[in-house]
Design a protein around this ligand. Structure first.
Ligand code: NI
Length: 191
């Protein structure tokens, strides 16, 4: 396993439409090694998720994991999840304001409107079908990672650019109010 370099906003790879994988591609030793690297890189950078194009590989694979994350202390834990060729179906007209950050957008956060209830269909890393309903704050994390597979970065979806802030100013001026809203959301949706 190896820790890979993470692409920063401005690199064209982050704007590509990632390629879907066949089962044969997915099960190849190269792709399995790639997935190990993706997970290791996500953990090393304290990401809540990491998508393949963020490590310069535009294929439809992303990883999500939250274990008392210091970057996102309000996020509920999510066990390691690898999604291959994921598709989202939005199940509600409700939206919530999510203060997002991204390993490919150093030192910037901003408010993005996300659906709090989605259905995700995909394969896991072995190619077994995944079909699950994801709710609450965790649904925002899924939408953020899957956006990367279609060349979309959270800044594209920031509804009010005046919400943009550095991590230090987030902590100073926005964190307390957002944590309160995040706790209420998690209490309502259970995740
Ligand atoms: Ni990101």
């Amino acid at each position: 396993m190896a820790i890979r370099k993470i692409a920063s906003i401005g690199h064209p790879v982050l704007r590509e439409q990632s390629r879907a994988l066949s089962l044969e591609d997915l099960r190849s030793p190269d792709t399995q090694r790639f997935i190990d690297d993706l997970v290791e890189t996500m953990r090393d950078a304290n990401g809540a998720g990491l998508a393949a194009p963020q490590v310069y590989t535009p294929i439809q694979v992303c990883a999500i994991e939250v274990r008392s994350n210091p970057r996102y202390p309000y996020k509920p834990d999510v066990p390691l999840t690898v999604l291959v060729n994921p598709v989202i179906q939005v199940l509600t007209d409700e939206r919530f304001d999510n203060y997002e950050g991204c390993l490919s957008v150093p030192n910037l956060r901003g408010i993005v409107s996300r659906a709090p209830e989605i259905r995700v269909t995909a394969w896991d890393r072995e190619g077994a079908p995944v079909d699950k309903i994801i709710r609450g704050l965790t649904a925002g994390t899924y939408q953020h990672e899957i956006d990367h597979l279609h060349g979309v970065i959270f800044v594209d979806r920031v509804t009010d650019p005046r919400s943009l802030c550095t991590w230090t100013e987030f902590e100073r001026h926005h964190q307390a109010a957002f944590f309160e809203r995040a706790r209420a959301l998690v209490a309502h949706w259970g995740s």
